[in-house]
Ligand binder design. Structure first.
Ligand code: SF4
Ligand code: SF4
Length: 180
């Protein structure tokens, strides 16, 4: 049964004189190659130039802090339960006296890991989080040589106190989803 008409019947015919010379075929190939020099390039000279992402782009996660610099995450585990790729794991711990300036609530994530190779950037962890703690950002996950380096811990995920990451656009989107 023929599914498309794109198939080509190959025949064992003798090459013509022009085909035997190969030169016309080579020149035609070069013509096509040179014609591409003058077309608009679809590629960018990354990392010197970066492509602008759309507002809905979902990239590397961030674990947010509150206005006072305390970690929002309470290690409730809802993001891990919601994750269809089982990419999130964590260890919970109880906040000790004197740590109130570090963690917003009595329970916090002593360890929090996301396996970026498993993640499918669906955003369900963000939607499941009741504490405004996890958001996907427009930051890209960089390439690595070993699989282990793609398991991101708190050192890469928690935002720095003096280097806040703006997630206001995603917060608006989350509110819109909640209102539906
Ligand atoms: S974006 Fe989706 S796949 Fe990735 S960690 Fe969150 S829930 Fe899991
Ligand atoms: S990121 Fe949010 S949902 Fe996940 S454990 Fe922390 S508080 Fe819970």
């Amino acid at each position: 049964m023929q599914l498309t008409n794109r198939s080509k019947v190959v025949v064992n015919k003798q090459l013509s004189l022009t085909e035997k010379l190969y030169l016309p075929a080579i020149l035609n190939g070069l013509r096509i190659t040179f014609s591409h020099f003058f077309r608009k390039k679809v590629t960018l000279r990354y990392p010197d130039k970066e492509r602008e992402f759309t507002a809905v782009y979902r990239g590397m996660h961030v674990l947010k802090r509150d206005e006072e610099g305390r970690e929002n995450c309470t290690a409730c585990g809802l993001c891990a339960v919601a994750c269809p790729a089982e990419a999130i794991t964590m260890d919970a711990a109880e906040r000790k006296p004197g740590e109130e300036h570090l963690y917003r609530e009595e329970k916090y994530a002593a360890d929090y890991r996301i396996n970026m190779l498993r993640c499918i950037y669906c955003g369900l962890c963000e939607e499941a989080c009741p504490k405004d703690a996890i958001y996907l950002t427009d930051r890209i996950v960089h390439s690595e040589y070993t699989r282990g380096k793609f398991v991101y811990g708190k050192d890469l995920l928690v935002e720095k106190v003096n280097e806040r990451i703006d997630v206001s656009k995603r917060k608006i989107k989350k509110a819109e989803v909640a209102a539906l």
